[in-house]
Write a protein that binds this ligand. Structure first.
Ligand code: NDP
Ligand code: PMR
Length: 399
C-alpha cells in the first residue's frame, strides 16, 4: 500500500509489457568554502607530505608490477625503486559519503593505495574517513567543489603542489534533485546537476589527464561513474522521466536558465537532469577512450555499481521514497547493493588487473561477477559524444 503511494508520486507508470520487454535488464544488479582557508590547508598538506616523503619514501613492496613506463615524477625514489612497486595514488571525488567513501575505504584496506579524498566539505570528509576506520597515512582530504570551475582549477593546482603522482582518477561525486521545482545553478551559472556531475568532472578530467600521463604506475586509469538510469535499454532507464540529450541545444545555449536549463532545451526536470548528466558521464568516458587511450595508455572506464539505495544521493527525495526505496530494490527488483559491496566493485575497476580494458562500461551480475555491459543507443552514440565534448569544452573554457 505504502509502496504504491510512494510510486504514485512518479510522473507515470511502467507497463507490464515494458517490464517483459526489458526483463533481461533485471539481471543487471546490480567536501565547505574554499579559497583562503583551503589555500592554507593545501600549503600545510603539501608541507606535511614533503616532510613525510623525506622521512619515508612512498614505495612499498605490496603491489605486483606489470609494466613500467617512463616519465617519473620529480623528487621521487631511485630508478631501482621505481621498477619495484609503490603505493598507488587515487583521487576520488565525492569521497565523503556513499560509494566514494566505501571505495576509498576498500582501497585503503588493501594497504596498496593512498586515497586523495576530493571533497567539498573538508570536515565531513575527515570525519567520514575516521568513522570507517581509515588510517591517517592512507588518505588525504583535499577541497574540491565541482559546482565551481575555479575550485576545480584550484584543486588541480593544490594537488600538483603536493608533488604526488596521479595514478587513478575516479569521477564519482554527484547531486540529484528529484523534487526541485526550479533549477539551481553552479558558480558559473550552469544547471547544478549537469554542472556538477558532468561539467565539473569534464574540466577536472581534462586537466588531470596530463598528470595521469606522467604516472609511472603499472596501470593508469580514469573512471567516471555512470548509471543504469541513464541507459534506456534497461527497465530502470525507462522509468520516466527518461534521459535524452536531444540535439544538445540547451547545453549549447549555456544551460543557464535563460533559454533552458536542460541539455535538450526542454522544461526543467531535476530527475531528468541527473539522468542526462549520467549519459554525459558515459559519453565522456568513451570519447576520452577514443581520443587518448592509444596515445597515453590510460584506461578509461565507466560503471554501474548496482542500486546503492541507502546513500545520500536520495537526500532530497521525499521521506516516503527514502523509506521504501531500499526494500523495493532489495526484494522487488533485486538490484540492491550495499555501500560496502558497491565500494568493492568500484575498487575493482580502480585496481583489478582483469578490469584493465579501456572503453568499457562495467556492471555486475547477482553473484557479483563483473561483465562488460551494453550502453543504450544514446549513451554509445559516438557523434553525440563528439558534439558533447566540443560544447562542454567551450562551456568550461578549454576551447
Ligand atoms: P552520495 O550522495 O552518498 O555521494 C555523493 C558525493 O558527491 C558526496 O560525497 C557529495 O558530497 C559529493 N558531492 C556532491 N556535490 C559535490 C560538489 N559540488 N563538489 C564535490 N563533491 C560533491 O551518493 P552516491 O554515493 O550514491 O553517489 C556516488 C556516485 O554513484 C554518483 O556518481 C552517482 O551518480 C552514482 N550512482 C549511484 C547509485 C545509487 O544507487 N546510489 C546508482 C548508480 C550510480 P557531500 O558529502 O558534501 O554532500
Ligand atoms: Mg529504479 C531492474 C529494475 C530497476 C533497477 C535496477 C533500478 C535502479 N530501478 C528499477 C526499476 C524501477 N525503478 C521501477 C520498476 C520503478 C517504478 C516503480 C522505479 C522507480 C524509481 C524511482 C522513482 N527508480 C529510481 C527512482 C529514483 O528516484 C532513482 C533515480 O532514478 O535516481 C536518478 C531510482 C533508481 N532506480 C535504480 C537506481 C540505480 C536508481 C538510482 C539512480 C541512479 O543513481 O542512477
Amino acid at each position: 500500500m505504502a509502496l504504491q503511494a510512494a510510486y504514485s508520486l512518479l510522473p507515470s507508470t511502467i507497463s507490464i509489457q515494458k517490464e517483459g520487454k526489458f526483463n533481461a535488464s533485471l539481471k543487471e544488479t546490480t567536501f565547505t568554502g574554499s579559497s583562503f582557508s583551503n589555500h592554507l590547508r593545501a600549503e600545510k598538506i603539501s608541507t606535511l607530505l614533503t616532510i613525510k616523503r623525506r622521512q619515508k619514501p612512498r614505495f612499498s613492496t605490496g603491489i605486483r608490477a606489470q609494466t613500467v613506463t617512463a616519465t617519473p615524477p620529480a623528487n621521487e625514489a631511485s630508478p631501482e625503486q621505481k621498477k619495484t612497486e609503490r603505493k598507488g595514488t587515487a583521487v576520488i571525488t565525492g569521497a565523503s559519503s556513499g560509494l566514494g567513501l566505501a571505495t576509498a575505504k576498500a582501497l585503503a584496506d588493501t594497504g596498496k593505495w593512498h586515497v586523495i579524498m576530493a571533497c567539498r566539505n573538508f570536515l565531513k570528509a575527515e570525519k567520514a574517513a575516521r568513522s570507517v576506520g581509515m588510517s591517517k597515512e592512507d588518505y588525504t582530504v583535499m577541497h574540491l567543489d565541482l559546482a565551481s570551475l575555479e575550485s576545480v582549477k584550484q584543486f588541480v593546482e593544490n594537488f600538483r603542489r603536493t608533488e604526488q603522482p596521479l595514478d587513478v582518477l575516479v569521477c564519482n561525486a554527484a547531486v540529484y534533485q528529484p523534487t526541485a521545482k526550479e533549477p539551481s545553478f553552479t558558480a558559473e551559472g550552469f544547471e547544478i546537476s549537469v554542472g556538477t556531475n558532468h561539467l565539473g568532472h569534464f574540466l577536472l578530467s581534462r586537466l588531470l589527464l596530463d598528470d595521469l600521463k606522467k604516472s609511472d604506475y603499472p596501470s593508469k586509469r580514469m573512471i567516471i561513474v555512470g548509471s543504469i538510469t541513464g541507459n534506456t535499454n534497461t527497465l530502470a532507464g525507462n522509468v520516466p522521466p527518461k534521459a535524452n540529450l536531444g540535439d544538445l541545444r540547451g547545453l549549447a545555449s549555456g544551460l543557464n536558465g535563460q533559454n533552458s536549463s536542460m541539455i535538450d532545451g526542454g522544461e526543467f526536470d531535476g530527475a531528468k537532469a541527473y539522468k542526462d548528466s549520467k549519459v554525459c558521464n558515459m559519453l565522456t568516458m568513451q570519447e576520452l577512450h577514443r581520443r587518448y587511450h592509444e596515445e597515453t595508455g590510460v584506461t578509461f572506464a565507466s560503471l554501474y555499481p548496482g542500486c546503492i539505495a541507502t546513500t545520500g544521493l536520495f537526500r532530497e527525495h521525499i521521506p516516503l521514497f527514502r523509506l521504501l526505496f531500499p526494500p523495493f530494490q532489495k526484494y522487488i527488483t533485486k538490484g540492491y547493493v550495499s555501500e560496502e559491496e558497491a565500494g568493492k566493485r568500484l575498487a575493482q575497476v580502480v585496481s583489478d588487473p582483469s578490469l584493465g580494458k579501456s572503453g568499457v562500461y562495467w556492471s555486475w551480475n547477482n553473484n557479483s561477477s563483473s561483465f562488460e555491459n551494453q550502453l543504450s543507443k544514446e549513451a554509445s552514440d559516438a557523434e553525440k559524444a563528439k558534439k558533447l565534448w566540443e560544447v562542454s569544452e567551450k562551456l568550461v573554457g578549454l576551447a
